[in-house]
Design a protein around this ligand. Structure first.
Ligand code: DGY
Length: 324
């Protein structure tokens, strides 16, 4: 009998179409995101799951799925999955590292530049007819903050953090960095997190969300940032204390922020960050280019196909399942 695989969304790329050569495939066609209840219903009796970062794969779900043999997620971050619970059952978890590094670093830099130079504010000003109404252009008109010559502090020196460091160097920034386990990165001066926050004109977050990094930038760390600094987060929402960030931005303690990821997504409309003019917002689109999303989907499909063929996944977030 063919094994059954549930895919929680239509995926781009070409390899996903190969999946049906190896199993019976059921794809959720929407509309909208798959509700948790439907994930429970559709996954019942399946051996495989291909999912997105919007699908919560928790212990309750896993306990209800005795037949599950693999999970392949189209994301590099795996904070939406209870990895320990999967590993305890010997279930491999596929993910998609590497292919989204440059795209996410580009998004980071786009937000950094937009926050520094007030691009969203300026866009609204023009679009809403204010420029014409006020009939104004003056030397202090929409003045922002220089990027060249400024110091960028990178919190987390993994692949994406390092790709952001390369971009920063090309923009004439001094780059300092912090990593939980010290990492020698050419051109990046290693500092303690406290020293980085005190010295950086711009801070960009690039750690994975884990129990250790949840609220890594809490109220105390945000208060310890250099006055007038800019914070950019394209990693995960839970890493930064959003109410503390909003308060620092509203009071002028921080100059601006660029935020692509939120503690709750889709972000509730009463999130205080949404009311602030000095925040550039994006809906978790760090890796959102057509080419990169196709590559991610192809990797997710390749991980699933390997699992169906009884082979190790080429990109497995819990490879210890293969060595026990
Ligand atoms: C990931 O893959 O974890 C990213 O957040 C998606 O852009």
């Amino acid at each position: 009998m063919n094994r059954k695989v549930f895919v929680t969304h239509e995926l781009p790329g070409c390899r996903i179409h190969e999946l049906s050569e190896h199993c019976d495939v059921n794809v959720w066609l929407g509309p909208g995101l798959l509700p948790a209840k439907s994930l429970h219903e559709e996954l019942a009796g399946c051996q495989g799951l291909v999912c997105l970062l919007t699908d919560r794969i928790d212990r309750d779900l896993l306990d209800a799925m005795p037949d599950l043999e693999f999970v392949s997620s189209m994301a590099v971050g795996v904070d939406h999955v209870d990895v320990a619970a999967l590993t305890a059952r010997g279930i491999p978890l596929g993910h998609t590292p590497g292919v989204l590094t440059d795209t996410t670093a580009d998004t980071t830099f786009a937000l950094l530049l937009a926050a520094a130079r007030r691009i969203s504010e300026a866009d609204r000003f023009v679009r809403q007819g204010e420029w014409r109404r006020e009939n104004r252009w003056s030397p202090d008109f929409f003045t922002g903050k220089d990027v060249s010559g400024a110091t960028l502090g990178i919190v987390g020196l993994g692949e994406i953090g390092q790709a952001v460091a390369r971009r920063a160097a090309a923009f004439g920034m001094e780059v300092v960095g912090w990593n939980r386990s010290p990492k020698d990165v050419p051109g990046v001066e290693q500092l303690s997190l406290a020293a980085l926050l005190a010295r950086s004109d711009f801070v960009s977050v690039h750690v994975a969300l884990t129990p250790d990094t949840r609220c890594l930038l809490g109220a105390a760390e945000i208060a310890a940032m250099k006055p007038g600094a800019v914070l950019v987060n394209t990693a995960r929402g839970g890493i930064v204390d959003e109410p503390a960030l909003a308060a620092a931005l509203a009071s002028g303690a921080l100059y601006a922020a660029g935020v692509d990821v939120f503690a709750e997504e889709p972000v509730p409309v009463d999130n205080p960050l949404l009311a602030l003019p000095n925040v550039v917002l994006a809906p978790h689109i760090g890796s959102a280019t057509t080419r990169t999303r196709a590559r991610m989907a192809d990797m997710a499909a390749a991980n699933a196909i390997a699992a169906l063929q009884g082979q190790p996944m080429p990109h497995c977030a819990n490879p210890e399942v293969y060595t026990r």
